[in-house]
Design a protein around this ligand. Structure first.
Ligand code: SF4
Ligand code: SF4
Length: 281
C-alpha cells in the first residue's frame, strides 16, 4: 500500500474511500481558496514547470534536496496517482455526480481546450467544487471549444474513459489539499505538466498505481502493441525470445498496455507482491 492509503485510507485504497470526496472537506475555506487560485491562474503552473526545467542543471545535491522538498509539499496540496480503469469505474459508482471541464495542461501546452478532466462530487451537479470553478473567470474554462463546466452522466463518463483508455491515456486521481480528491484526469506525457514534472524532470508529483503489469510469455506473440502505448518506457522487447518484457521498476501500473494487447497476455498484479517494485511509488 502507498503512503496515501496508510494516511488517508485506513489501510485500504484511499481513492476508493467516499469520505475523501466529501462535501465536508469541500467546506474548508483554505481548500476552496486553493482550488479557486489553482484554476484561476494556469500561468503560475506553467511558470513552476519552467522552473523545474532549471533544476535539471542544478548540482546533484541541490537537485536532490529541492526535489524532495517540492514533492513533499505537493503531496500535501496537489498530487496525482495513477488508477486503472476498473477502479476508476468503482469511483464513478459511489460518487453522486460528475462534471467535465477543459484540461488546464492541454490549454497551456498545446493551446487546445480538450476536455479530459472530470470533477467528481458526493453532491448533485458537481457540488461545491463545481460551484467554485463556475465562479472563476478563466478563458480556458469557457473557451471556443467548450461549453464551460458540463454535467455528464456516469454512463457517458465511463464510455469516454474507455475511449481514452484505448487512445493510450493514463487515468489519474487528483488531490486538492490532501486528502480531498476532486478530479480524475486522463494524462498523456506530451501535454500533461504533472507527467513532465515526474517523468521528464524527476520531480514526483504523480505517483504510481497500486499495481504493476506482468506479461505472460506463453500468451505473448511479440506484436509490440504494448510498447507503442506505454508512456513510461517500461516495456522492452526481447529479440531472442520475441516477446515483450516489462520492467516493474519503471511500470506505473496504468494498465494501458493490457487494454491494447490482442492476446490478453498482460495482467495487473498487486504492487506489493512484486518485490522489486513493491516500494517504488
Ligand atoms: S501487446 Fe501483448 S502480445 Fe503484443 S507484445 Fe505486448 S504483451 Fe505481447
Ligand atoms: S508497462 Fe506499466 S506503465 Fe507501461 S503501459 Fe503497462 S501498466 Fe502502464
Amino acid at each position: 500500500m502507498c503512503e496515501f492509503c496508510h494516511k488517508h485510507g485506513e489501510g485500504k485504497k484511499w481513492y476508493l474511500q467516499a469520505k475523501n470526496y466529501s462535501e465536508d472537506l469541500m467546506s474548508d475555506l483554505r481548500r476552496r481558496k486553493f482550488i479557486k487560485e489553482f484554476f484561476e491562474s494556469p500561468e503560475s503552473l506553467d511558470r513552476d514547470i519552467k522552473k523545474l526545467g532549471k533544476l535539471d542543471y542544478a548540482p546533484g545535491f541541490v537537485k536532490r534536496v529541492l526535489t524532495k522538498r517540492i514533492s513533499n509539499k505537493m503531496k500535501k496540496i496537489h498530487f496525482g496517482q495513477v488508477v486503472p480503469i476498473e477502479e476508476v469505474e468503482q469511483i464513478f459508482d459511489f460518487v453522486t455526480s460528475v462534471v467535465r471541464l477543459a484540461c488546464m495542461c492541454r490549454h497551456l501546452t498545446v493551446g487546445s481546450e480538450q476536455r479530459y478532466c472530470y470533477g467528481v462530487s458526493m453532491a448533485p451537479n458537481g457540488g461545491q467544487l463545481a460551484q467554485v470553478i463556475r465562479d472563476i473567470n478563466a478563458s480556458y474554462l469557457t473557451g471556443p471549444n467548450t461549453a464551460g463546466l458540463e454535467s455528464i452522466s456516469k454512463d457517458e463518463t465511463i464510455t469516454k474513459f474507455r475511449e481514452y483508455e484505448s487512445d493510450g491515456l493514463c487515468h489519474t486521481v487528483w488531490a486538492f489539499v490532501t486528502p480531498f480528491i476532486g478530479g480524475i484526469c486522463n494524462c498523456d506525457q506530451s501535454d500533461c505538466l504533472a507527467m513532465r514534472a515526474t517523468v521528464t524532470h524527476g520531480v514526483p508529483v504523480m505517483f504510481r498505481a497500486e499495481y504493476v503489469s506482468i506479461v505472460n510469455p506463453d500468451l505473448c506473440s511479440g506484436c509490440r502493441e504494448c510498447m507503442r502505448v506505454c508512456q513510461f518506457g517500461a516495456i522492452g522487447y526481447s529479440a531472442a525470445q520475441e516477446k515483450a518484457v516489462i520492467d516493474p521498476r519503471r511500470c506505473y501500473g496504468c494498465g494501458i498496455c493490457r487494454s491494447v494487447c490482442p492476446n490478453e497476455a498482460i495482467s495487473l498484479e498487486d504492487r506489493s507482491t512484486v518485490r522489486i517494485a513493491a516500494n517504488i511509488w
